[in-house]
Design a protein around this ligand. Sequence first.
Ligand SMILES: *Cc1c(COP(=O)(O)O)cnc(C)c1O
Length: 359
Amino acid sequence: MRKHIFNAGPCVLADSVREDTARAVIELGNCGQSIMEVSHRSKDFEPILAETIADFKELLNIPEDYSILFLGGGASLQFCMVPYNFLRTKAAYLNTGTWATKAIKEAQLWGEEKVVVVGSSKDKNFSYIPKGYEIPTDADYFHITTNNTIKGTEIREDYDSPVPLIADMSSDIMSRPVDVKKYAMIYGGAQKNLGPAGATFVIIKNSMLEKVSDRPIPTMLKYSTHVDEGTMFNTPPVLPIYVIGQTLKWVKSLGGVKEMEKRAIEKANMIYNYIDDSDMFVGTVAKEDRSLMNLCFVMKDKYKDLEPEFLKCATAHNICGIKGHRSVGGFRASCYNALDIESVKFLVDLMKDFEVKNK
Ligand SMILES: *Cc1c(COP(=O)(O)O)cnc(C)c1O
């Protein structure tokens, strides 16, 4: 029986995407080969890559002067590639959580004095988004993490930045319309909202390539290598790209990112409205900064001992992935695009039932 998949990543995928991929793994169309066997430089795969890029651009309304790349190494390698390519004298970072902290650490390898942390919510275990800070106008770029997968906060507006804005959108890409022209670069691991692990998407404004540092950069870590070769410098992650392509078609068939946003709000409201009324459960972050993708909550002190009991109950009811990250505790319900609203309703009903029985 299929579970209610609240995993933070890799995440739940749409039924039609899994079914179609299963067929392509056996045989891609009628080409006599599996998607895992075809050459990445063949007429079997090249149109798939081209269509995936075209759909990516269409769904996010990405201007012409941007390139889309699918790379290896995860979002974590981008933490290193961004400063390797763009950090010359000074970079600004907003520290909003575990992933942002890791991005900052990689930049600091180029000299701690070159990294300006303009704002941080570390003082309260990253339970809010810092505001009212200043971005140095002489910074090479400003790096943000739009959705904080572990801590459960999200930046849902597209910031105006006086310097090139670079965003890690690993866990909220395709969950809302984005004003891409406000960003110099957007990147993320595919496994949170787009497909399986194994591909990292990069949306990069072509003019950023002129701003690359003149330090020697290993070929594979240079953005221009991949832009110049249309993300085909080396063998791209063929199977993950296929699944991303299918997911984008699925998003399109439902009405695009506007519809994804509507659904995300509906799903998140179900959980947040309930915990706000509950005597047992309580959210862990500032209400105005709550994530629509990763919803974190715990049990109030009075009921704290019951957390393992509820987790057991959820597991027994075919719910998986709701155990909170160890740095937050309690629970985290990740409600990515492909998570059905019925699964959210099921979870909330179970929480209600548990509260009534255990109060
Ligand atoms: C998961 C995640 C990462 C790390 O992604 P990998 O692809 O595993 O390297 C980075 N940033 C955010 C916001 C994430 O959610």
